[in-house]
Design a protein around this ligand. Structure first.
Ligand SMILES: Nc1ncnc2c1ncn2[C@@H]1O[C@H](COP(=O)(O)OP(=O)(O)O)[C@@H](O)[C@H]1O
Ligand SMILES: [Mg+2]
Length: 148
């Protein structure tokens, strides 16, 4: 599947293992300079997906704590640094800059839970995965914003 097809579809994730699998696929494709917004309510599966991305990016399974208190966590991999952010507790959009958002975007790949908190600082060009509830599992909508 080419990048355009991958990032323009909907898929059902019947269980958490499917969410992890999607995360791994994303992690294999992710390149430096790409930003992925993980959108969805509390419990939608954003951190589960991020765990899969981190595992594929670093090449091994590891602890992937939800950065809900530290807000940002970096992971070194053969392709560079992946930064996982959870901005739920961000008080002001400017705080994201203090966390190093711009450097993270410039030098690496970035995954962001609760990107709504970025307000004005949200990058126009980004990939999005929106997770919502669907019967037993979740629905994932993958899309591309702001041009190619
Ligand atoms: N596709 C899925 N179907 C059912 N449960 C899921 C699915 N994906 C994740 N979960 C479960 O949902 C719960 C919340 O996941 P989590 O990734 O912490 O959500 P979030 O980070 O969005 O708050 C976890 O128990 C996780 O195992
Ligand atoms: Mg989370």
């Amino acid at each position: 599947m080419d990048g355009a097809a991958f990032w323009n579809r909907e898929l059902v994730l019947p269980d958490a293992a499917a969410t992890l699998r999607l995360g791994r696929e994303v992690g294999l494709r992710l390149a430096l300079g790409q930003i992925v917004f993980l959108i969805g309510e509390l419990g939608a599966g954003k951190t589960t997906l991020a765990r899969g991305v981190v595992a594929a990016w670093t090449g091994h399974e590891q602890e992937t704590p939800s950065p809900s208190y530290t807000l940002a966590q970096g992971y070194d991999g053969p392709r560079g640094i992946l930064t996982h952010m959870d901005l739920y507790r961000l008080n002001r959009p400017e705080e994201a800059l203090e966390l190093g958002l711009e450097d993270a975007m410039q030098d690496g790949a970035v995954l962001i839970e609760w990107p709504e908190r970025l307000g004005f600082y949200a990058p126009q060009r980004r990939l999005e995965i929106a997770l919502s509830w669907q019967k037993a599992g979740r629905l994932a909508r993958l899309s591309h914003k702001g041009g190619a």
